[in-house]
Unconditional design. Sequence first.
Length: 221
Amino acid sequence: MNEPVTSESYAAQIRRLAELSARVRAQRDEAHTWHAQQCAAAERAVAEAEAALRRAEQELVDAREEQERVDAEVADLWQSLRGRLGGSGRRAGGPPAPVPGATGDPAPLLAGVRDLLVRTRQPGDLPGSVNPLLALCGVAGAVLAYALGGAARAAGERYGGELGVGLPVLALVVTLLGPLVGLVPAKVLADRRHAVLGPRPMTVVLVAGLVTTVALLVAGR
């Protein structure tokens, strides 16, 4: 036959039940906290992964745009180089292909190439070896101007009247401009050599033309 439950044993059981309930609530709260932390961590991980994906996609778009800009600039520089080389440049074909595995920023290299092309495009002065040709231009210009002046004087003497007065003056002006006439063929010579007609070449032409003009005027008296 079962013994009756005393008040003391009943109270002890109530305490144990309360302790178990408190422990269960604590474990449940701990489980809820852990679950919330795991969800928050998962959400952060997903957000970070999405942000990294967006950055990667933007970097890919930027890289493609940069590649297109670089390819366009390379094509432009290659076209300029081919034009500079003439016929041999046209036989060179298309621009060189990118080097596999190449790293680094291509902007400084392209800027260096463009600067080199600009500097080589700028014409230099005519060398001193063409001074005889420049002097010949001055002499030829002076002779041509003197011949035109002589023709004008002869026409003035032939027709007389107002022409007889005006043409000799015109003839003198044309003759005195003879040294300047030599600058025209000298400029053509400089253009063919892709050079500029600087102060020194101009001085050679003008001095040769002036000496020739003076000599012709003295001889024609």
